[in-house]
Design a protein around this ligand. Sequence first.
Ligand code: FAD
Ligand code: THG
Length: 815
Amino acid sequence: MATPRVVIIGAGIVGCALADELSVRGWTDVTVVDQGPLFATGGSSSHAPGLVFQTNAAKVMTEFAAYTVAKYQGLRDGSRACFTPVGGLELAVTEERLAELHRRHGWARAWGLSGARVLEPEQCAKLHPLVRLDAPGDPDEAARILGGLYIPDDGLADALGACRAQAAAAQRRGVVFRGGEEVLDVRVAGDRVAGVVTGEGEIPADVVVCCAGIWGPRIARMVGMGLPLTPLGHQLAWTDPVPGLAGAATEAAHPILRHQGADLYYRERFDRLGIGYYGHRAMPVDPDAIASVADADVMPSTMAFTPDDFAPALKETRALLPGTRDVELETGFNGLFSFTTDNMPLLGPSPDVHGFWTAEAVWITHSAGVARAMAEWLVDGVPSYDLHGCDVNRFTAHQLGPEYVEMRDCQNFVEVYDIIHPLQPMAEPRPLRTSPFHPREQELGAVFLEAQGWERPQWYEANADLVAAYDIPEPDPWAARYWSPIVGAEARATRERAALYDMSSLTRVEVDGPGALAYLGRMTTGKMDKSTGAVTYCLLLDERGRIRSDITVTRLGADRFQVGANGHLDVDRLARCAPPDVSVRDVTSGTCCVGLWGPLARDIMRPLTRLDLDALRYFRGARTYVGTVPVTALRVSYVGELGWELYTGADMGLKLWDTLWAAGAPYGLIAAGRGAFNSLRLEKGYRAYGTDMTAEHDPYEAGVGFAVKMASGPFVGRAALAGRAGPPERRLTCLDTGDAVVMGSEPVYDGAACAGYVTSAAYGYTVGHGVAYAWLPARLADPGTTVEIGYFDRRIAATVRSEPLFDPDMTRLRA
Ligand code: FAD
Ligand code: THG
């Protein structure tokens, strides 16, 4: 069978790796076009020093890197290996950074880098001749090393060599590479790509993949697509010979180094050092302003070195590595590569033009892993990695604006090596999205964090006087950031009385039309053909039966449904597959939602509505009025208490809040924030998509098998689920962490071996202990089993509990 005609734009490391991964899967009708000469094209891959540090906060990024290491280790460019596993050593010169290295060690272990370890200063010095503990000279200027994170299989990729080697493999399978040929346009016929127009003519194509690096936005624009990345200058300099490296027989014999506290990294080249620096001002460059291949001084992706910007780097280097004190720089340049608004790549298909794909904002480190994921996605239809954090369609409209993109990308450049707390909100631009309740939240002293542009109250200072009524334990200083004992008081008050939760950041989608019922039936795991008013909790799966989202679907009428979703990827997924007789509309911005939850919720609501509240059963919804405000009321609660999600237009949101607030006053109604919300949902065992479960997991192992109705007719993923054999080999497991509170993404140890990782965690203020959900092998998932969680340099004892911890009989929700 003929395979699709593919054109890859860009023969950098991403384009070359993709050509290899596609052709090895049988897609050989592939043409790779580059404006520059092959393979030193003048793009970012032509000058990258090729350091591969695999550890990343994101699991998928570590997996991309691990695959890249494994693959390039086996590749040769002529006689040269494409990867040298010299190891990676990240150094700490402050206690704060040392703690961060322990946290990073946790990520490394959790994501499968089993060799990772934190070393004593003496061990660091043994690994690298320039790392000295007995720094001579002025002791005030010398940086004292407190420890290091060592990853033995990190190392150096030869980017250009890996381009050539992968291209050669692809060429042997029939892939054609064309250099010196600029893509001028991408031709679209109807809603599909038809070809790529170059200076030499047109290359017909069924699939076009944009691997154009810093030029990506220019190519994407050819099909009307916005690509939120910014090319930024980044300084790299090479030193004169360093005495401590004299006589080096190989290009690099010692670990690559990082000194993140000073925004620096180092690699050897025989007796010289390459020094990379992120501490300088952000230097954004408009993709349209990048020099052409013909006009560039050296190559388009490099700019002239600006030594003043590098001065602090040299000073810090001399403080850290005393052997460089008398060494000067030989050369340097400011090289361009892509930054994104959340530091993740931009992978996947255009939302509008079929056949146009991007693989952008990818480092050398992740190149082969990304290429593999893209090839699987293209050839098999489904990647084997969880790509929700990388999907080019993850953004909402405000995140695509040029001003937002440049501001965020520059900020991410500045913060690239900073210690970022998991709850730390972006600093600017804020505020962006505010719910109609925002003025009242401000009056109540809301402490706002940010999610998807939304200002979200984490807790309310107005509730400070509730704290005395409870015994709220204080977590360790790290977990106590973006935390207040008020969080605990709000959680308790929700369970005892009632609270208002601003749920406006929940993505709301209307699915309407004659085909809506059948369409949702095909797309979800739920039974959709229920009476008007039914609410269904169900899943979106992929063809492999893996979870792509969990949603609620409310039947508002024969052909009308309201979907509660997890973000823009769900909107994209529902819209992309919709037949002509179904409309899918994201109504989030024009509407709002407040949760009124707690045992007194019904007493508060009763005088406000003529709806028979006792007759509106759990998981049912109705249109009604709350006072003067038209609402859709859904009897659903992510915090596990009696009450409703109340939806109305953005115009009347404030009136809704005020109406509820006045009615609730006699009952002690409070406003409660996201901190309490997260604690309560974990006590109730409700999973969060993207954190607790992802495209890596099937519903049964994730504990949401109850939401799969195999008898509801054919749906995406059903065949794969029907074919699975035996009980799950791993499970999302509920752990009791005693007095301790962890944050998520920590390794879980069974003795010395890492057995799994924590997804999300909080203190359970009702159950009175720390709660963590973790992926563990089934043999460790039985209640009573004990494991240990790696938290910084500590081990925290944890015991498996049967779940949910709170109200397993559903008496509160069904009251
Ligand atoms: P590129 O290599 O830029 O390839 C894109 C290609 O598209 C180019 O060849 C270009 O000519 C072609 N193209 C663009 N427009 C057109 C058009 N219209 N027609 C035809 N062809 C076109 N990463 C690491 O992992 N480790 C490191 O140590 C590291 N160090 C770095 C140091 C510096 C100084 C810099 C600048 C970057 C560094 N990076 C590093 C990042 C890394 O270099 C890039 O992320 C990576 O090379 C991007 O690869 P790419 O294939 O996407 O882009
Ligand atoms: N509200 C609404 N839609 C949503 C969410 C929400 N969509 C996205 C996300 N949150 C989905 N997550 C959940 C998780 C659990 C529940 C609802 C939404 C829930 N589960 C019941 C349970 O497990 O006991 C389902 C019981 C049943 O199926 O009958 O309530 O917060 N609108």
